[in-house]
Design a protein around this ligand. Structure first.
Ligand code: SAM
Length: 276
């Protein structure tokens, strides 16, 4: 009989956030696949789990998944863990799950910590509908385009963010989404855990003075009334700015910025057939 793939959540900072079932499963499997064997050893040693470890990370996911599927077929059950939190949530895992499903292998999740869910529930923002966008693109132009795409999503928006990009991301969010209520959850479950609630504007100024350190989740309220930056069409936005009295050149420059485009890119789009 083929073995089972267990996706086991591990803590996002506090070692005590490990479920009894997670420990049992890790003790029961033949092999544990993990992102970084040295990092995971600390957790496994803490719980007295002695198992063969195999590295499974973003650079070897494809080859490793082929090997693992053969092992499942030979009857082995294997657990996948990541460095922190839930595997396959902005961490390796998707490839092996897809291949295991295709091969008819049983896939079981062992639930536990996941940073974006914990950030959402402490944010004070609505949790009836959540949009988790993972990490926003690192380049400002791409980030703005992405924000514009999702600006109308009728859900609380959640993103992971690195400390050195937090301020730039907050200011792009402010510019594209408008000054919405928002929260930043920092170092969840750890010693310096804090949740800062306010609006995108107040958070951007708070963190520009604060030299952000640690791990962050950004939670942003859903769209209210449509803002100018949410208009779908570049030409429509330019026309709107002109109608408000702006010179064509200035309107093009402003709209380009809002859409995350350079002025020449925006100009090219207007010349072409589609200006979206
Ligand atoms: N698999 C993880 C999960 O289930 O949440 C996410 C891994 S992703 C590579 C790492 C990002 O998750 C961090 O950059 C940060 O945005 C967020 N994160 C992880 N742990 C966190 C914590 N303790 N507090 C706040 N954010 C955290």
């Amino acid at each position: 009989m083929p073995g089972t793939l267990y996706l086991v959540a591990t803590p996002i900072g506090n070692l005590a956030d490990m479920s009894f079932r997670a420990i049992e499963v890790l003790k029961s499997v033949e092999l544990i696949a993990c992102e970084d064997t040295r990092h995971s050893l600390k957790l496994l040693n803490h719980y007295g789990i002695k198992k063969k470890l195999l590295s499974y990370h973003e650079h070897n996911e494809n080859e490793r998944s082929e090997e693992l599927v053969k092992l499942f077929e030979s009857g082995a059950s294997i657990a996948l863990i990541s460095d922190a939190g839930t595997p396959a949530i902005n961490d390796p895992g998707f490839v092996i799950v897809k291949k295991a499903v295709e091969a008819g292998i049983n896939v079981i999740s062992i639930p536990g910590s996941v940073a974006f869910v914990n950030a959402a529930i402490v944010s004070g923002l609505a949790t009836d509908s959540l949009f988790f966008g993972g990490f926003l693109p690192s380049k400002s132009g791409e980030r703005r385009r992405r924000l514009l795409e999702i600006s109308g999503v009728p859900a609380t928006l959640i993103f992971y963010e690195s400390p050195h990009r937090l301020v730039r991301s907050l200011s792009d969010c402010l510019e594209i989404l408008g000054d919405r209520p928002a929260a930043v959850a920092r170092e969840l479950t750890k010693l310096h855990e804090e949740v800062i609630r306010g609006t995108l504007n107040s958070l951007a100024s708070h963190f520009s003075d604060a030299n952000p350190k640690g791990e962050f989740v950004l939670v942003i309220d859903r769209a209210g009334e449509p803002t100018a930056a949410r208009k779908d069409s570049l030409s429509e936005r330019i026309a709107e700015l002109e109608a408000a009295g702006m010179e064509h050149k200035a309107a093009l420059k402003t709209a380009a910025k809002e859409f995350g485009l350079s002025r020449s890119e925006a100009y090219r789009r207007l010349q072409g057939s589609g200006d979206k």
